[in-house]
Design a protein around this ligand. Structure first.
Ligand SMILES: [Zn+2]
Ligand SMILES: [Zn+2]
Length: 909
């Protein structure tokens, strides 16, 4: 039996009328008996602009506080906001709603919620409507979603639809004093992210202020299946409530008044006249640039009412739209960069770059020559009462912004050149329109926004049609979930299912190298499963252990170890045992210890990089090996040699201090609350309990690998290389412990040999090499000058002995010169005398390079080097092979005749 979530007792008891909207046909509840429309867009116009709902409070801080206080007083626990970067998930980059905080761990019942029921105000980012931002008056890329959640999971019954609707009604009427008859509840169906359920949209004066979703279905292959858990997922738009209470023309005016005032003043933009605002504002709610045809109709209507044509209306609105978008984008950027996103060309970094580039473009369209970082600083200051955590990050954020701005300007110059060339070619081919795919590519790879492309294209008479949802399309291309590389190729063995979990001895004591265990299963005469093991399986960037398994005088090599579910599989070179045997396991101690040192060193270096470079450093990848290790970190610019040495020194200092490395298992909620999301450096950890590895006062991470007990055991850490492997990501390559010593010994050997060869002390090697290089340069210069003079003299001599025939100077000579010099000489001659026909051959009786070169005038007269070449070969005057173009033939061969004979042949022709 399906639940009836329409006829809730709350509505019935409180005298609500159940209605059907005359426009859209949807069911809604209202206290006004004569209400005909549902109250939502587009059925109802906005009616709060300049006639706001009178609430006792209207400032954003107060509106947020009142919401949280109301729910706290009504049995909800307050949960601090999560970062806008969804580090605990691997299916999305950014948090787009408060429920994202609890997916998938809580919603799937893997871990209990941090509190139940709870109240939160979660900064959220959505770029799907980015083309609407600034233009519709209501769309934002960043917004705060206030919410109360109840998780009816695992037998817990907190509350469900009826109570949720009552809470919504009460918070709006009690905390904000919205008159009850102003509130409508529109019943609808919601689905998203694989879940679905009924929902109510809560509407006041044409504005949707909240959505109350009752998640109790999952969607699989288009089928809706009931779930055992019932989750109350609500969302109240903080910015929208503020807008409703202030009654400004747009949500931007309500939320960012100071930034907008500043930008208008700087750009010399006046407020729109009141009559325009009135007509415009009531209609703005119906505009959505994803439906361009509808937008055109609405715009025409507005223009008609104002007595303007549409293009004039657009011209009038554009600077305002640009200012609004700037105000929105800069706050979202503070959230993104402040929460650890580094601008780059992939993933979340790309989305940050998109906002930065759009913002810079708006500044230039407004003819504002202020750096973007100035607006960022302004936002940080304005929002500091609500988000004090960004104040100390101001320099870090702005360093990234400034760097991106510089880079973008360079990219633009390059991109514009490239585009001009492309357009030129298109024009030559007679093409008239630039395809949309090219438009997206030009933006993606060269940062050229469609309006720039459109402007430049006009010069070539090539048209560009910009899709109205252009930036949403670009963002969508980059919002795709991660596809993480599989670390282990697991054999697909049916038998591997339903195996009992292996007891993991390496976690109990990472220094267990010998153990005994019972063989539970042998598969394919190759894979052994034990009841317990000390062999570490590959995982978390750490390679597997190797070693042997033995019983009496039989033994086999363990060549690979991996985990399937909770079972450890030992891949062996052979299996001389049977199921049920008790075997002894011996782990290769040297390898294990090297891996432990490498692994611990990785944590130490990451801590050092964060300490030297700043909190925007996050681990982007790592590989811990025996000989070579690498750590990839996010950072916006290349890392300098000085910074690198500083990181190395600091890392070794932590080693010398011999700090304790503590390992403990913690509940996920508890660990996140204590350390923050910084623990997910190595990525998502799929369990309710997580293993926390903490280097005292230095680094805390959720990590399943094996580590040293103290940092002192790591030994020397030597960074041997660093490079930027992609935009926004740098790689350190380093050696640890004994292999670091080997590396230094190797370098030492090279230095010693150098010092021997150069016959100088080690500390003078650099000076000596520099001297040698500059001496070498001087000598080369000298030699070049000498050769030049020599060629000049030769040229003069040859010209003097030139044979004149039919007004042309023919120069025939046999010389022992390499090809390039021969060519240089020929060029010198024709430059001095454009009438010259130059034929240079190897000395008599020798094979070698030859050159036939014609001066400009000789070519004009109809001579052709290729014809001459063929003529000489045909007449057997020359033997060899050569080819080229009209004024130059290069070849290799031997001359068989004298200069006179050649001249004769040429004259004959
Ligand atoms: Zn309706
Ligand atoms: Zn680790």
């Amino acid at each position: 039996m399906e639940e009836n979530l329409v006829d809730l007792p709350f509505f019935v008891k409180n005298g609500f009328f159940k209605k059907k909207c005359k426009a859209c046909g949807k069911v809604f509840w209202t206290l006004k008996e004569d209400q005909e429309y549902c109250g939502d867009q587009p059925c109802t116009d906005y009616s709060f602009i300049r006639r706001p709902v009178k609430a006792p409070i209207s400032e954003i801080t107060e509106v947020r506080k009142a919401f949280i206080e109301f729910f706290k007083e009504n049995g909800h626990s307050f949960v601090k906001r999560y970062p806008v970067v969804a580090r605990w998930r691997d299916d999305v980059y950014l948090v787009g709603a408060s429920i994202y905080d609890f997916q998938p761990w809580v919603t799937q019942g893997i871990i209990p919620p941090p509190a139940n029921p709870l109240v939160i105000s979660q900064p959220s980012i959505r770029l799907t409507d980015i083309d609407n931002v600034g233009k519709t008056g209501r769309h934002l890329t960043g917004f705060e979603m206030m919410a109360h959640h109840a998780f009816n999971i695992g037998g817990m019954e907190i509350y469900w639809a009826n109570e949720t609707v009552e809470y919504a009604f009460r918070v709006l009427t009690e905390a904000y004093k919205i008159p009850p008859e102003e509130i409508s509840f529109k019943f609808d169906w919601w689905s998203g992210g694989g879940n679905a359920g009924e929902d109510y949209e809560v509407l006041v004066r044409g504005l949707e202020v909240a959505t109350l979703v009752f998640m109790h279905y999952k969607v699989e292959n288009g089928k809706v299946i009931p779930m055992p858990s019932k989750i109350v997922d609500t969302g109240y738009g903080l910015e929208r409530l503020v807008w409703l209470f202030k009654g400004n023309p747009t949500v931007y005016d309500a939320v960012f008044p100071d930034v907008i005032k500043y930008l208008k003043k700087k750009a010399g933009i006046k407020d729109l006249p009141r009559e325009i605002i009135d007509i415009l504002a009531s209609k703005l709610g119906q505009i959505d640039y994803k439906e361009p045809e509808k937008v055109a109709i609405i715009k025409e209507k507005i223009a008609l009412e104002l007595g303007l044509d549409v293009s004039n209306l657009n011209k009038l609105l554009e600077p305002h739209e640009n200012i609004y978008a700037l105000a929105d984008h800069t706050r979202t950027l503070v959230w993104m960069l402040g929460d650890g996103i580094v601008p780059s060309n992939t993933g979340a970094g790309y989305l940050a770059r998109l906002l930065i580039r759009r913002s810079i473009r708006y500044l230039s369209k407004l003819n504002l020559e202020i750096p973007l970082s100035e607006l960022i600083s302004m936002q940080i200051k304005i929002w500091s009462p609500d988000f004090p955590e960004y104040v100390e990050l101001e320099d870090t954020i702005n360093e990234m912004i400034d760097y991106e701005e510089q880079r973008y300007k360079k990219t633009l110059t390059r991109g514009c050149k490239l585009l001009s060339n492309k357009l030129k070619k298109m024009k030559q081919k007679g093409l008239k329109e630039l395809p949309v795919e090219d438009l997206i590519l030009l933006y993606d790879s060269h940062g050229l926004s469609p309006d720039i492309v459109s402007e430049i294209s006009k010069e070539y008479n090539i048209s560009v049609s910009i899709p109205p949802d252009f930036f949403s399309r670009v963002a969508a291309r980059h919002e795709k979930p991660y596809s993480r590389r599989k670390e282990v190729e697991v054999p697909s063995l049916e038998e591997l299912r339903n195996l009992q979990p292996t007891k993991l001895l390496y976690y109990e004591d990472p220094e267990t190298y010998n153990f005994t265990a019972k063989i539970l299963a042998i598969i394919d005469n190759r894979y052994i499963i034990l009841d317990q093991t000390s062999f570490y399986p590959i995982g978390g960037g750490q390679p597997f252990d190797t070693g042997i398994l033995k019983k009496d005088d039989r033994e086999c090599k363990v060549i690979r170890v991996f985990k399937v579910g909770n079972t450890v599989i030992h891949e062996c070179d052979q299996v001389p045992f049977k199921e049920g045997d008790i075997v002894e396991g011996i782990v290769d101690r040297e390898r294990r210890e090297a891996l432990k040192r490498s692994h611990t060193a990785t944590h130490i270096i990451l801590g050092a990089a964060r300490s030297v470079l700043g909190p925007q450093v996050w681990q982007a990848g790592a590989e811990k090996g025996v000989d070579k290790n690498r750590l990839d970190i996010t950072y916006h610019r290349p890392i300098s040699e000085r910074e690198l040495r500083k990181i190395e020194m600091l890392a070794n200092k932590i080693v010398v201090e011999n700090r304790k490395v503590n390992v403990k298992w913690m509940n996920r909620n508890e660990a996140e609350a204590k350390y923050g999301f910084v623990i997910y450096q190595g990525g998502v950890v799929p369990s309710a309990k997580i293993r926390i590895v903490e280097i005292e006062d230095w680094d805390v991470e959720a990590c399943g690998g094996l580590h040293c007990k103290n940092t002192g055991e790591v030994g020397l850490i030597k960074i041997v290389g660093s490079e930027r492997i992609q935009d926004g990501v740098s790689r350190f390559v380093y050696k640890v412990g004994l292999s670091a010593i080997e590396y230094i010994q190797e370098s030492e050997k090279i230095l010693k040999s150098l010092s021997n060869i150069l016959e100088t002390q080690r500390e003078n090697i650099l000076k000596k090499v520099e001297e040698l290089i500059s001496e070498n340069y001087r000598l080369r210069k000298l030699l070049e000058d000498y050769e030049k003079r020599e060629l000049s003299a030769l040229k003069d001599k040859l010209l003097k002995h030139a044979k004149v025939t039919a007004g042309f100077k023919v120069i025939i000579s046999q010389l022992e010169l390499p090809h390039d010099k021969m060519l240089k000489l020929a060029i010198k001659i024709i430059k001095t005398d454009p009438e010259a026909i130059v034929l240079l051959f190897p000395p008599r009786g020798m094979r070698g390079p030859y050159v036939i070169m014609l001066g400009e005038k000789a070519v004009e007269k109809g001579y052709d080097a290729r014809t001459i070449n063929i003529l000489l070969l045909k007449n057997r005057v020359l033997e060899g092979k050569g080819g080229g173009k009209v004024d130059l033939v290069r070849g290799y061969g031997m001359l068989l005749a004298s200069a006179e004979e050649i001249l004769e042949i040429l004259q004959r022709k």
